[in-house]
Design a protein. Structure first.
Length: 157
């Protein structure tokens, strides 16, 4: 009987660790912290996807990321929703925007620039996000995957 208890305990610990790893919660434990997300400081990071909860260097959707444990909302754009979309076309475009944002962020050095407000109503840090000096907002808007943020959410359907 004691063998089964040990097996179940080890299995549960492995399952929990695997879930934490897959969600990106453990990334900060072994990544170097020589660079920070301070505005104006270039950071090179490997971005995964945040499918559940928070994370470390991962993409939530087309306009929200986690960078070094900080939740960042790209301030100048509005991307289609992937969580609770209003229609299938919004979900599909949102998924494309999310994948493209991940690709852009993994393509170079990331710099954050502040705007006139520090945080939004959800507590996300509002920043302009640049990769190798180019605005990811400009890129996503020019590719039709986002639109310029004009002060409120507008429907995509």
């Amino acid at each position: 009987m004691q063998g089964w208890v040990r097996f179940i305990a080890l299995w549960a610990a492995a399952a929990l660790a695997g879930t934490a790893y897959g969600a990106g919660w453990l990334d900060g434990l072994w990544q170097p912290h020589s660079a920070t997300h301070a505005e104006g400081t270039a950071v090179r990071a490997n971005f995964s996807m945040c499918f559940i909860g928070g994370g470390y260097n991962c993409v939530v959707d087309g306009d929200t990321i986690w960078l070094e444990g900080h939740k960042i909302r790209i301030a100048d754009i509005d991307a289609p929703e992937t969580h609770d979309p209003r229609c299938q076309s919004e979900k599909e475009l949102g998924d494309r925007a999310t994948l493209r944002l991940q690709q852009l962020l993994n393509g170079g050095n990331i710099t954050l620039q502040p705007i006139d407000r520090d945080k939004d109503v959800y507590g996300r840090e509002l920043r302009l996000v640049l990769v190798d000096g180019r605005s990811v907002g400009d890129t996503l808007v020019s590719e039709g995957l986002a639109r310029w943020y004009e002060g409120s959410r507008r429907p995509w359907c």
